[in-house]
Design a protein around this ligand. Sequence first.
Ligand code: TPP
Ligand code: MG
Length: 335
Amino acid sequence: MVDVEETQTILSNKTMLEMYWTMLLSRKLDERAWIIHRQGKIAFHISGIGHEAAQVGAAFAMERGVDWLVPYYRDLAMLLAFGLTPKEFVLGLLGKKGEPSSGARQMPSHWSLRRANVVSHSSPVATQTPHASGIGLAIKMRGDRAVVLTSIGEGSTSQGEWYEGVNWAAIHQLPVIFLVENNEYAISVPQPKQMAVSSVAQKAKGLGLEGISVNGLDVLETYQSVKRAVDKARSGGGPTVIEVCVSRMTPHSSDDDDRSYRSKEEIEAMKAQDPLDMYRAHLMQEGVLNQAAEDELQTRAKAAVEEAIQFAEQAPFPDIEDASFPVFVEDIQNA
Ligand SMILES: Cc1ncc(C[n+]2csc(CCOP(=O)(O)OP(=O)(O)O)c2C)c(N)n1
Ligand SMILES: [Mg+2]
């Protein structure tokens, strides 16, 4: 059972504010990405707005620098928590030289951050799940103390790769957390058209591992649930499926118009439960945040976004000869 008060006694005020800062920065960067898309400056954006609490709660439950992350495209807030800088994010949006995920070869938001143990994923959804289990197997064989967290949307848990990856981790009791960010839609396909069970957590039972469902709009609740699964995995207790129930507060991507399949009322109800607003209100109620500190954080976030945009707009594009690297490498030893 999740006890948010207990979590608050474990986390310092400083850490709770860091969590808030990461959510706020993610939101501001994400909102700006939509604007520069509409200005015609970028070709594509896929958004994490409404998922920030789940992502930040999960990231803070991990030992960053030791543990491994195999994320999916909505995980901007998770990546910021793992050390991706705003400048690196905007370099990726603009496809500029120096962006760390793929050297600007991949679509934006196909995250990778070598220095932080963040492993890239491919565009076909769910292919990251077997990769995460493979990393979990390597950790177990080497006797490392790390764990792996891999994230995915609920719709993508219909893919064969998801079952194969989770099944493998369950059989071999691998140190993997399968985080499912359930926003109830896979583009326009609602959850009941995607699965016959009422929650993704139930799928875990059939594969022989623990599955839990938590309120992913609550950063502290998510933190506590993921921390428990991380501790369990690290101490040899095996994998867990954690479904975090979140809101996709935007269309699927900049190529989608969700007004064709979601009612205005549904969207408004979702926006009334904004995870960032709810966490801010909670911190204020607890006396961890006051209006002056909030104003300062807002100003800092705005400045960080401005600085990142200016930096990335002025940055060069990659060199043309880099386009095929490392697809065609003549001297692999020295690549
Ligand atoms: C194998 C495969 N099929 C279809 C697609 C196209 N596609 C990209 S995202 C997506 C929806 C995924 O929905 P969900 O897993 O719920 O994640 P969400 O986007 O809602 O976070 C689809 C169908 C794809 N990338 N890969
Ligand atoms: Mg979804």
